[in-house]
Design a protein around this ligand. Structure first.
Ligand code: NAD
Length: 491
């Protein structure tokens, strides 16, 4: 049987101007496997000088290299090759995400790797098909629009879905002709560190894709303050988004932020529970609940509360918590000790607030010996009736959900929107009019009706309120990564 035990410790360098290099002061930091606490990699920690070198390489490649000047067709061909290489190296990528994030290998391989390849391929195709605008002014003038690359972008990504989320930014960034300096989260840098060499293998010129590693407070800040960086595309927590906005303000960089969430998942009495139960289980516990889009507040109409609770709790009990590298595991560990402690601290909050524990709230009892140091938690369900409690307001980002009973549709909408977040909302009903009404009333960038986590890459994706700034997806991504230029010609 495959297990999470690793023997070989990797050495991961910074990827600058087409090659892996050590940090200028030779410093490294350790990355551990959260299923076992074993050290799995020593990763070079970028200094300010290294960050500067990476940005200068990206600037040189943008200003004087062929990338931003080649035809869209030439660029897109290289990006399509990059997508193929991602698929070819899919097992390696999924194994790395399973090892430093602790996510189930099978779901990374079947879900995130193909999606990552598609993120690159989609924007290559999309850019080729993109037209411009023309505005004739009678017979006297004509205006037409060009979409030109902006320059150097920094792409900063979180630990929960490292590879897929980075390609979601890198695809449109490169398709539009920009160059990039990527900074993955410091606890999960392994899969993303491959992107430089994958780009090179696809024929993308040196300096176009650079990857630096280190803490957000040092490396992230250096990237977002640097005068030679034009764009900051960031996915992560709302608090970090706010810091980045301050860092980027002096040089007026354009920012695109995908931030936190606390989605309401509303179960109406006319829902088809055959679908709503597995759908809500996935929305609650997929990736151990470490998903910005997680349906972590489950609003249940009181008339079906008992039935829903019985079925939902039973399904949660049946989830397999264990080794990410074993087929059939539904939930791996949480990503790190610090994050585990943060999630566990909410068990005290729940007690203080009088929330009722229905299931979970502890480490699983039956973990195998080799996982005894892993940061594991059972899927955890509370009934927390007060919509304004911390349990219902703060993003816990773990396998912890609250159930909030409600009586009427109006009440459900009010509770759903009573948060500073607005990334997504979910609802389950067989009533078509209600589906539309509630979707319209949701203050959220994405609403899922009788489904969850379904994505069309052309559709806008982003958050209302403190869940984001701007939108990604289709032309929304390309608008961020291009400068629209209007050319007006006298006829
Ligand atoms: P985080 O904000 O702590 O870190 C994200 C990234 O930002 C990391 O690479 C980190 O090193 C870097 N960073 C931290 N401080 C920085 C600073 N001052 N300047 C520049 N960079 C800095 O988030 P996390 O804990 O890694 O990820 C979890 C969060 O991400 C959750 O809030 C989750 O909801 C959110 N998320 C959002 C989406 C979305 O699409 N909206 C997707 C995934 C995760």
């Amino acid at each position: 049987m495959t297990t999470s035990t690793q023997t070989e410790v990797k050495h991961v360098g910074l990827y600058i101007n087409g090659e892996y290099v050590p940090a200028s002061n030779n410093e490294t930091f350790n990355v551990t496997n959260p299923a076992t606490q074993e050290v799995i990699a020593h990763v070079s920690e970028a200094t300010d000088e290294d960050v500067d070198n990476a940005i200068r390489a990206a600037r040189e490649a943008f200003n004087n290299g062929p990338w931003s000047k080649m035809t869209v067709e030439e660029r897109s061909a290289k990006l399509r090759r990059m997508a193929e290489i991602i698929v070819e190296r899919g097992e390696e990528i999924a194994r790395l995400d399973a090892t430093d994030v602790g996510k189930p290998y099978a779901s990374a391989l079947k879900g995130e790797v193909p999606r990552a390849a598609n993120n690159i391929r989609f924007f290559a195709d999309f850019m080729e098909q993109k037209g411009g605008e023309t505005y004739p002014m009678g017979e006297s003038y004509v205006n037409y629009t060009r979409y030109e690359p902006v320059g150097v972008a920094t792409l900063i990504t979180p630990w929960n879905v490292p590879f897929m989320l980075t390609t979601w930014k890198l695809g449109p960034c490169l398709a539009a002709g920009n160059t990039a300096v990527i900074k993955p989260a410091e606890n999960t840098p392994l899969s993303v560190s491959l992107l430089g060499e994958i780009a090179k293998e696809a024929g993308i010129p040196d300096g176009v894709v650079n990857v630096v590693h280190g803490k957000g407070s040092t490396v992230g800040t250096a990237l977002t303050k640097h005068p030679e960086v034009d764009l900051v595309s960031f996915t992560g927590s709302t608090r970090t988004g706010s810091s980045i906005m301050k860092s980027a303000a002096d040089t007026l960089k354009n920012v695109s932020f995908e931030l936190g969430g606390k989605a309401a998942n509303i179960i109406f009495e006319d829902a088809d529970l055959e679908k709503a139960i597995p759908g809500s289980i996935r929305a609650a516990f997929f990736n151990s609940g470490q998903v910005c889009l997680a349906g972590s507040r489950i609003l249940v109409q009181r008339s079906i509360l008992d039935d829903f609770m019985n079925k939902f709790t039973e399904a949660a009990k049946n989830l397999k918590v264990g080794d990410p590298n074993v087929e059939g595991t539904d939930m791996g560990p949480l990503v790190s000790e610090a994050h585990y402690n943060k999630v566990v601290s909410y068990f005290d909050v729940a007690k203080e607030e009088g929330a009722k524990l229905v299931y979970g709230g502890k480490r699983p009892d039956n973990l195998p010996e080799h996982l005894k140091n892993g940061f594991y938690l059972e899927p955890t369900i509370y009934i927390a009736e007060d919509p304004n409690s911390r349990m219902n307001q703060e993003e816990i980002f773990g396998p912890v959900v609250t159930i909030i009973p409600f009586d009427t549709e109006e009440e459900a909408i009010e509770i759903a929107n009573a948060t500073n977040f607005g990334l997504d909302g979910v609802l389950w009903t067989e009533n078509l009019r209600r589906a539309h009404r509630v979707s319209h009333a949701f203050q959220a960038g994405t609403v899922w009706v009788n489904c969850w986590f379904v994505r069309d890459l052309r559709a806008p994706f982003g958050g209302y309120k403190q869940s984001g700034v701007g939108r990604e997806g289709g032309h929304h991504s390309l608008e961020f990564f291009t400068e629209a230029k209007n050319i007006c010609i006298a006829l």
